[in-house]
Design a protein around this ligand. Structure first.
Ligand code: ZN
Length: 638
């Protein structure tokens, strides 16, 4: 094609002649629930997608965790290349847990977030080929990378305090405590003139907390802070309201801005809730979009929106700072707003590729499974009629999104709907460090060991492993289902020699842990244990846990294990509202779903699609060469 023809073909829509690909993600959508609803005729829109192309259960990563699976989606690479193995990694120099997707380094006295994912994303490959993408809330996309197109970061964006979401419950007579899941409980001081005084705590380095005054009048609470006032009725959420802090960074004072929402529980006694403070999208302290100014444009068009990576307030519900209806009211609002943004972007038709991830399916399954599993220790029979259909309704909500997107697309556009992993009940929690100590792999003074770690320890680098004797300890567990060997030359106090000693120790742990029986059910607990270097390939394999645990259905590693804690029993009932999970379960029991308007062999019974195949599949649809270091296979070839 000559130069003139080439320009003309571009101008008359040559670019549009290329097909467009739209992917809608429903985090954690489980094939077993989806297939039941499909059979019941409650998934009409996804049924229509499957009718045109196909549907299959989709293999996920090991482990089946969102940061890992979505990183493999983005890069088409196994975790050994993209380097995200868990929600939490560990620092071998001091044995402390670290947040896996994002780390922070200081640059010119200012904290600067760094995305720990390596490997090239599919939208970057498309960009290099001259194509344009829009990426909405895909996990592990913070801070946003530069490419041809637009991106709103998802999981990994902190709140204004720099945490994954710190919410505060203010109660009359309350004392200041930090809860296990990153919440804060605070009291009011009550003055004679009927005003309740408390404060809003900001980032770690903030010069001072912001005074908050509350007075009660005519059945409402009047809130005052900075130059703001807010009037709020019991049982209601406020809209978004602004706040800023003054933070000294060396000689510099910065003023990070946030937006926040209050929920008023009750007036007498006064009980008030403050959700995690979002970075203000109109003036964000860290860029949360690519290009950086795009978050301001989104806010101007759609109003203020939650910018937090983990938007839904699962932590507040899990620890009873808010109830089910307040949780769902807020989560629904966030869902609707993201959906509105996505519809708008699709209507603009500016992209060759668009991906949007909706997370309500994941969050609502975590929190509402206790209403559908009668054998769950937290099964709540009394409220089954009220909340028992929440999960089904969440699936139906996503199905409606798929239908409304379909209506906006021309017949040439390829539409995929998919999930990164599935779900299982989480009835019993396994304390892996307690087991390692009982078996003599980990040597610790039981009287000094802790079982009360909280998110605050993680955020503020608390003291981990009190009472542990590293000179005699051979293995320890951190994160969601990892066992690390105390390896000489890698761990700072390592005692296990690489080579034969290391291999024999791993075999010994596998053999004994596989035999663990739940005394309550009499059945085995562990389904599979992988050696990391056998399942991953690439330069970052040394960062993976030495052993990756896959439990049987119903079991998950305990919260305390994730942070290095030692509760007394090896296996304990999970009585929390967080009642279902996918982390540390055998990935074969946590498959996701894939629907596409295209027909592939893997959607019609020939082999199984894997999440790692989607990046090369998208590239193939858009006639872009698949980079050699992608591990996935285009589904067109499978
Ligand atoms: Zn999840």
């Amino acid at each position: 094609m000559g130069f003139i023809e080439r320009i003309r073909s571009l101008m008359v829509g040559g670019r549009r002649a290329r097909r467009r690909v739209v992917v809608l993600g429903a985090d954690g959508m489980d094939p077993r629930i989806f297939e039941r609803l499909l059979k019941e005729g409650r998934m009409p829109n996804m049924a229509a997608v499957a009718e045109r192309g196909g549907y299959a259960r989709m293999g996920t990563t090991i482990p089946a965790e969102s940061p890992v699976a979505w990183s493999s989606f983005a890069t088409g690479m196994n975790p050994g290349k993209h380097g995200i193995f868990d929600f939490l990694h560990r620092n071998p120099l001091n044995y402390t847990p670290t947040v896996a997707p994002v780390s922070v380094r200081m640059k010119f006295g200012k904290p600067e977030p760094v995305n720990n994912r390596t490997g090239v994303s599919v939208w970057k490959v498309l960009s290099d080929a001259g194509l344009r993408s829009t990426v909405m809330r895909v996990p592990v996309t913070f801070p946003p990378e530069k490419f041809n197109g637009r991106l709103l970061s998802g999981l990994g964006v902190p709140d204004l305090r720099g945490t994954w979401g710190t919410s505060v419950l203010y109660e009359e007579g309350g004392t200041d405590i930090h809860t296990e899941m990153g919440g804060v409980e605070m009291g009011f001081s009550h003055s004679n003139n009927g005003v309740y005084n408390t404060e809003i705590v900001g980032p770690k380095r903030a010069n001072a907390p912001i005074p908050l005054m509350v007075s009660v009048q005519d059945g409402r609470a009047n809130l005052q802070w900075q130059n703001q006032t807010l009037r709020i009725a019991p049982g209601k959420w406020s809209g978004w309201v602004p706040i800023h802090f003054d933070v000294s960074l060396g000689p510099l004072t910065v003023h990070p801005k946030g937006i926040m929402r209050f929920f008023l529980h009750a007036l007498n006694p006064l009980k008030l809730y403050l959700s995690a403070i979002s970075l203000d999208p109109s003036d964000s302290f860290y860029p949360i979009t690519q290009p950086a100014h795009w978050s301001r444009e989104l806010a101007a068009r759609h109003g203020n929106f939650c910018t937090l990576g983990w938007m839904e307030d699962t932590w507040g519900l899990n620890e009873n700072r808010i109830n089910e209806s307040a949780f769902l009211e807020e989560a629904d609002l966030f869902y609707d707003q993201l959906e509105e943004m996505v519809f708008n972007l699709i209507d603009e038709k500016e992209d060759d590729f668009l991906i949007a991830v909706f997370e309500a399916t994941d969050r609502n399954q975590h929190m509402f499974w206790r209403f559908i599993d009668e054998a769950h220790p937290a099964y709540n029979k009394a409220e089954v009629n009220t909340w028992g259909d929440t999960i089904d309704r969440t699936y139906e909500r996503f199905d409606k999104t798929v239908g409304d997107v379909m209506k906006r697309l021309d017949r040439d556009t390829i539409l995929m709907a998919m999930s990164d992993h599935g779900f299982n009940t989480f009835r019993r929690a396994v304390n892996v460090n307690t087991w390692l100590r009982n078996e003599g792999f980990l040597i610790a003074d039981p009287d000094s060991c802790r079982d009360d770690f909280s998110m605050k320890d993680l955020q503020q680098e608390g003291t981990f492993w009190p009472g542990v004797d590293w000179s005699k300890t051979r293995a320890y567990s951190l994160g969601l289902g990892k066992i690390y060997i105390n390896l000489r030359g890698r761990e700072s106090k390592g005692i296990v020699n690489p080579g034969r000693e290391y291999e024999e120790l791993r075999d010994q742990i596998i053999e004994r842990f596989m035999k663990l029986i739940d005394p309550v059910t009499g059945k085995p607990v562990v389904s599979v244990i992988h050696k990391a270097d056998r399942i991953f390939t690439g330069p970052r394999v040394p960062e993976a846990g030495d052993l990756v645990i896959g439990f049987h259905m119903g079991y998950r590693v305990s919260w305390q294990t994730a942070l290095g804690g030692f509760p007394p029993e090896v296996i304990e009932d999970n009585k929390r509202k967080w009642s279902a999970d996918h982390c540390s379960i055998n990935s074969d029991f946590a498959k996701g779903v894939l629907l596409s308007t295209e027909k592939y062999g893997a959607l019609t019974g020939n082999g199984e699609p894997e999440i790692i195949d989607l990046a090369p599949t998208i590239l193939r649809h858009l006639d872009v060469e698949v980079p050699k270091d992608m591990d996935g296979v285009p589904l067109q070839e499978k």
